[in-house]
Design a binder for this molecule. Structure first.
Ligand code: NAP
Ligand code: GLV
Length: 309
């Protein structure tokens, strides 16, 4: 009998996923019936992305796993009805998107591109940007995405420092803990935040910790809006303590039209486009996890419910 796999992501996502998912199941030799509606008690695996078509997972008594199409799982990890294993998305295609977004925005600020793109008079100002080796970039969060971004920035010659929950041995200096955060923030001119939203990371960058950042430093946040205290960030930008904030994610999305970030001269808003999951590569990840489930092997990218990521 074929495995019954329910696509419980928003219906608008179905057209871009149906063909690559079917192709990935075929390539993995899986006999799958992929559907958008089913009797919950008959479903073997649930593919999920927020807001999703399922909010009560209790009737999915047969399901062996819920497979997220998103890396960030904060909208499902606390769901009390979800007792099945939850796997987050780690997708090389998504990582490629994120690396290009982060590198692009780091280079925008490093090169001072705005000065040339928005020139209002013919001023021949030959002030060069500093050499990359003189500009430290901090990356908060050294998981799949933060780790890849940090490596790419380091490969361009920038001194990189990283910060995560646990100690790391990486080819660049890293730190952890509150004192470590203070050191990392105090050393960098550009700070990239690629942390998950959890109880511990909520408002991580509050007024006190933003105050640890260097005067004129830039923050680039493609992680989650809740990592930063919005009012504190606006105050730091208004006061010129921070030079710029490039923000891809927000507490409320879409960002409301009257939100001050839209018009702030020191803020850039991008509409949560840093790193979409890439269906051609991510479908293979979903298929591999179903293959593992059927073979009794450990799932890839299992979410730690206690840590919430
Ligand atoms: P990941 O592999 O789970 O890595 C998370 C990193 O955050 C790890 O290094 C982890 O530390 C660190 N961390 C977690 N809690 C922490 C804490 N309390 N203090 C310090 N460090 C902490 O996640 P990922 O795949 O890199 O994704 C990161 C986030 O990016 C996602 O959760 C999502 O919110 C966001 N995202 C955004 C977009 C977009 O388009 N804007 C796209 C995809 C993902 P350890 O290494 O010590 O565990
Ligand atoms: C997107 O924000 C994701 O978490 O995959």
């Amino acid at each position: 009998m074929p495995l019954l796999v329910l696509f419980a992501a928003p219906s608008a996502d179905w057209p871009e996923w149906e063909t690559p998912l079917r192709a990935a199941f075929d390539a993995a030799g899986l006999d799958v019936r992929l559907v958008v509606e089913a009797d919950p008690a008959a479903v073997d695996y649930v593919i999920y992305a927020p807001p999703g078509t399922v909010s009560d997972f209790a009737p999915f008594t047969r399901a062996k796993a819920v497979l997220s199409l998103w890396a960030g799982v904060e909208r499902i990890v606390g769901n009390a009805t979800l007792t099945q294993p939850l796997c987050r998305m780690v997708d090389p295609g998504m990582t490629g998107h994120m690396v290009s977004y982060v590198v692009g925005h780091v280079l925008r600020h490093h090169l001072g591109l705005d000065r040339h793109l928005k020139r209002s008079a013919p001023v021949w100002d030959q002030t060069p940007p500093p050499h990359p080796s003189d500009r430290t970039v901090a990356v908060l969060g050294l998981g799949e995405l933060g780790g890849a971004c940090a490596a790419a920035i380091a490969a361009l010659g920038f001194p990189v420092t990283g910060w995560a929950r646990t100690a790391k041995a990486l080819p660049f200096p890293t730190d952890h803990g509150e004192d470590g955060l203070r050191r990392v923030l105090g050393a960098a001119e550009i700070v990239v935040t690629l942390l998950p939203r959890t109880a511990e990371t909520e408002n991580l960058l509050d007024a006190r910790r933003l105050g640890w950042m260097r005067k004129g430093a830039v923050i680039i946040n493609p992680g989650r809006g809740a990592l930063i205290d919005e009012a504190a960030l606006l105050a730091a930008l208004d006061a010129g303590h921070l030079g710029h904030a490039t923000l891809d994610v927000f507490r409320t999305e879409p960002l409301p039209p009257d939100h001050p970030f839209w018009t702030h001269p020191r803020a850039t808003v991008t509409p949560h486009i840093a790193a979409n999951t890439h269906p051609p590569t991510a479908s293979g990840v979903i298929a591999e996890n179903i293959r593992r489930g059927e073979a009794g092997e450990r799932f890839l990218y299992l979410v730690d419910r206690a840590q919430q990521y």
